[in-house]
Write a protein that binds this ligand. Structure first.
Ligand SMILES: Nc1ncnc2c1ncn2[C@@H]1O[C@H](COP(=O)(O)OP(=O)(O)O)[C@@H](O)[C@H]1O
Ligand SMILES: [Mg+2]
Length: 221
């Protein structure tokens, strides 16, 4: 059985149909990118994979659990224990330092551990930014804090929606190279949404969406 098994996923909004029957298998440890034009349903699919949104119909099995059947409490536990999220906007807490922003994620999971948070920030190349606040860091540095925060509780699945969407090419490369290093070490599964072919190339496999459907699915290497 694949790590993630999506079957017949449909998402209808009153004004639009975002997903029109998506089937998708993802293996454990795979790095998959979801490509496609704006409005094709990428974010809707990612949000449903992360239990942030629910489908109109269809199922999403993750590691043997159909997350579409979980109630709100069990879904919250599932997200906290198993998932990490990175978005285009960093959503860091402005008045907290980089270290404290990572510690917040530890707190919601279990127990804050400053040493461990600092070590995670050193690992993403931010040893010189431990006590800086978001506004005192570059966009690339803020996204690296987000990656440290997303991975601090060792999730088995990292979900990223346009994580480099606000970065220039140089910072985009830095963030993706970092993600590649971490992925090679830890073997967590990555599902990364992007409309940028340059970003998509970092993945092992690329799925392309159009108008709520997967229209292409190919191995990149
Ligand atoms: N909360 C919402 N309410 C109504 N329509 C939505 C909502 N979210 C997304 N949509 C619509 O669903 C479609 C897919 O959106 P989205 O998943 O955000 O696409 P993408 O991430 O590929 O740009 C679009 O037509 C969008 O307008
Ligand atoms: Mg989107």
């Amino acid at each position: 059985m694949p790590f993630i098994e999506v079957r017949g996923l449909v998402k209808e909004y009153p004004t639009a149909t975002a997903l029109r029957g998506v089937d998708l298998d993802i293996e454990k440890g795979e790095w998959l990118s979801i490509m496609g034009p704006s409005g094709s349903g990428k974010s809707t699919l990612l949000n449903i994979l992360g239990g942030l949104d629910s489908p109109t119909s269809g199922s999403v099995m993750i590691d043997g659990t159909d997350i579409t059947t979980l109630n709100e409490n069990r879904l919250t536990v599932f997200r906290r224990e198993r998932l990490g999220f990175v978005f285009q906007q960093s959503h860091l807490i402005p008045h907290l330092t980089a270290t404290e922003n990572v510690m917040i994620a530890q707190f919601f999971h279990s127990i804050p551990d400053r040493e461990e948070a600092e070590e995670a920030l050193r690992r993403v190349g931010l040893s010189h930014r431990l006590n800086h606040r978001p506004a005192e860091m570059s966009g690339g540095e803020q996204q690296r804090v987000c990656i440290a925060r997303a991975l601090i509780n060792n999730p088995s699945l990292l979900l990223a929606d346009e994580p480099t969407g606000n970065l220039d090419r140089e910072n985009t490369k830095n963030v993706l190279n970092l993600l590649r290093e971490l992925h090679e070490e830890e073997h967590f599964t990555i599902v990364l949404v992007t409309h940028d072919p340059f970003v998509s190339r970092w993945a092992e496999r690329e799925v392309t969406m159009e108008d709520g459907r997967i229209v292409k699915d190919e191995a990149l290497y």
